[in-house]
Design a protein around this ligand. Structure first.
Ligand code: SF4
Length: 689
């Protein structure tokens, strides 16, 4: 039996774990007592993280769509594809990319990288896009979850990442959690928050649902979905009125305070109550608790970011932290919880249309020059299209290369996505399973799972850690970095790496925040938190010590704006979407993990019992949920977790895909869709079953 230390492939907590392998099969996972995040624990997903690795449904050889099987149509059968050699598949892909580029220019090519793949693979995908295909049309699913964080925090502080570390929860006096069902989405962080609260810290929870954390909260402010700017401005209003602001910090470290103060003047607790439904006295109490603490941490996730005002919401939280001086010190800060295992790393690696690695702007000539010298090629100068812009009809993208993403389930308004796919001339999907997106592909390339490759992941707290090969890739599948290298060669740009360690050397040489990162160091000390600019640097647990990265922290005046789609007589319910503990994103891996899928095998609709009574809906009855964009059928689950006139649906289940209903309106700054609020109506469609 062999035991290998590696990193959990699910959420951004970045728990390290030990995989046990016998005769080419992984037979178990164990927690690692040295892991600073989980401290020897794992959640249910971590314990079962290896089950899907040897699933009989894995893609194990390259596939090309057979002629006459419905070109540009979805197919649910692998029989519509033929197995081909790697050589044939990659030659075909390269020739199609060259052909389309010749006829329509590089702007006609788009690439989606993957928050599930390693840093090295994301770096190579980015290099393939920019150096080889000459396009900046590269993005990944951070667009759909935390692009508003990257834009908002970078503007306010100069860096778009989590400011502090998970371990610092231990010393926080107050913890404000909003828009994050932490115990389900980031279980090990959720459990640390609970442990800290049980030792005396105060927890302020702002969430429309009575999630598990509500049981431990000093205060639970049940705000209406989409009203975040209003309650955050309200907190700042009370903090200023009651003299709880940190004037010294504001004077020494920030700018533009007075224009922000002017805006929050009208957000009295009574005015905020009208907008948000939060009782005025609760808002005042929350402001007093957060404003009087010495060390207060803010944690948030997609309940804040996935709105047309996502960037404004993030800027408001930055305002709140700066007005009280709760940033730039241990156990403080504004802490976005990144969803997938390596979404932070995929952003760091420049799998974004406007940034090279380490957030160096593609439009900055000096940054480009450094990469041009290393890569010995001229680079495109104008920022590319975001993922959400690539899926708009009339955009120039004609060929897409999608690695490890499933936009046909994860994008909002799936019906629109399906129409868009018919306009695409060529689609390549590289994945480990036959996803909803792969069903539209012309060519499918079988990639490697996390246990079949070496590399690094960067967790939500900027912690870079080693991922290690435990078993060989299944069948003819290959680690994704190898596939990208072979494709680059077919395109006339050989990439001669023999191990991901060499790729990391190149990343470190081009990326100041990763400058001191190397495999020998990681293997020796376990992990490094960026910024880590040089070999002797120990890494950085918290950001903005002694001053903000941008110089002075920038206050931004932000006005409340209602969600793009609000309820009316025809569509009287607000739908909000999210995840459940036992499933994961589009379910590609978790639904093929027997132990997880057994627990929550199908979609459900959380509905308040009083709404159920009014509509005549019984518990577990099938209901139809209809929005202006589509409809789905799922079982009702009557629960006080949701407030009246609000329903909640998890988005993991393709047969009842919540994203058939969601609205595709975008935040104008970050281009993130408004997943968290849309208007729906309910119809009955069956008896209890
Ligand atoms: Fe894996 Fe996240 Fe669970 Fe840790 S908390 S074991 S990283 S899913």
């Amino acid at each position: 039996m062999n035991t290998t230390l590696t990193i959990c492939p699910w959420c951004g907590c970045g728990c390290s774990l030990l995989l046990r392998e016998r005769e080419g099969k992984i037979v178990g996972a164990l927690p690692s007592s040295d892991c600073p995040v989980s401290q020897g624990r794992l959640c249910v997903k971590g314990w079962n993280c290896y089950e899907y690795v040897r699933s009989p449904l894995r893609l194990v050889s390259p596939l090309m769509r057979k002629k006459g099987t419905g070109y540009k149509k979805r197919t649910d059968s692998l029989d519509d594809f033929q197995e081909v050699s790697w050589g044939k598949a990659l030659k075909f892909v390269a020739s199609k990319f060259k052909d389309i580029r010749e006829k329509k220019g590089s702007v006609a090519l788009g690439l989606l990288s993957s928050a599930k793949c390693t840093n090295e693979e994301n770096y190579l995908m980015m290099k393939l896009a920019r150096a080889v295909l000459q396009t900046n049309n590269i993005d990944h699913c951070a667009r759909l979850c935390h692009s508003s964080t990257v834009v908002g925090l970078a503007r306010a502080f100069g860096s778009g990442a989590m400011t502090n570390s998970i371990e610092e929860i231990e010393k926080a006096e107050v913890i404000l959690v909003t828009g994050s069902n932490t115990t389900e989405q980031h279980p090990e962080i959720g459990s640390r928050i609970i442990r800290r609260v049980l030792k005396g810290a105060k927890l302020i929870l702002v969430d429309p649902r009575k999630i598990h954390l509500a049981k431990f909260a000093t205060l639970h402010l049940q705000a209406r979905p989409g009203t975040d700017v209003a309650w955050i401005n309200g907190l700042i209003h009370v903090i200023l009125k009651e003299g709880l602001a940190d004037s010294d910090f504001i004077d020494r470290n920030t700018e533009n305070f007075s224009s922000m103060r002017e805006i929050v003047e009208k957000y009295t607790p009574q005015f905020v109550e009208e907008i948000t439904g939060i009782p005025a006295e609760q808002l005042i109490e929350a402001a007093r608790i957060y404003g009087s603490a010495r060390q207060a941490m803010i944690f948030y996730a997609m309940g804040i970011t996935q709105h047309v005002t996502g960037t404004d919401n993030v800027l408001s939280l930055a305002n709140l932290s700066m007005v009280t001086g709760h940033v730039g010190r241990p156990s403080t800060g504004v802490n976005p919880l990144r969803g997938q295992n390596n979404v932070q790393g995929a952003c760091d690696m420049g799998a974004l249309p406007n940034f090279l690695t380490g957030y160096q702007k593609v439009e900055d000539r000096d940054s480009r020059k450094k990469f041009e010298q290393c890569w010995e090629v001229k680079l495109p100068t104008v920022a590319g299209l975001t993922e959400t812009e690539m899926f708009v009809e009339g955009n120039p993208v004609q060929a897409l290369y999608i690695m490890g993403e499933n936009p046909l389930l994860s994008e909002p308004n799936i019906g629109h996505m399906e129409k868009f796919m018919k306009f695409l001339e060529f689609l390549v999907v590289q994945d480990i399973f036959f996803t909803e997106t792969a069903r539209w592909a012309d060519v499918i390339l079988p990639g490697g799972s996390f246990a079949e490759k070496d590399g690094t992941f960067t967790s939500t707290e900027r912690r870079i850690q080693r991922v290690r090969e435990v078993v060989k890739p299944m069948g003819e599948s290959q680690a994704d970095w190898k596939i990208i290298c072979q494709l680059a060669k077919e395109l006339g740009y050989p990439m001669g790496y023999s191990h991901p360690a060499q790729i990391m050397e190149e990343i470190a040489s081009l990326t100041p925040i990763y400058g001191g990162v190397s495999y020998p160091r990681l293997d020796k000390i376990g992990a490094l938190q960026w910024p880590c600019p040089e070999d002797s640097h120990p890494g950085t647990p918290y950001l903005h010590k002694g001053g903000f990265k941008r110089g002075r922290g920038l206050f931004t005046p932000v006005e409340y704006e209602p969600p793009r789609e609000i309820t009316d007589e025809e569509y009287p319910f607000l739908l909000t979407t999210g995840r459940v503990y036992q499933q994961w994103h589009t379910g590609t891996m978790s639904r093929l993990t027997f132990t997880l899928h057994r627990e929550v095998p199908q979609a459900f609709v959380e509905m308040n019992p009083r709404d159920g009574l009014f509509l005549g809906v019984k518990n577990r009855q099938l209901i139809k949920v209809i929005s202006r964009r589509g409809e789905i059928i799922a079982k009702a689950f009557l629960t006080e977790r949701v407030r009246e006139k609000t329903i909640f649906i998890p988005f993991h289940f393709s047969e009842a895909a919540a994203n058939r209903l969601t609205v595709d309106s975008l935040d104008p700054q970050a281009k993130i869709p408004e997943y968290k609020v849309c208007a729906v109506k309910i119809e009955l469609c069956g008896e209890n079953n």
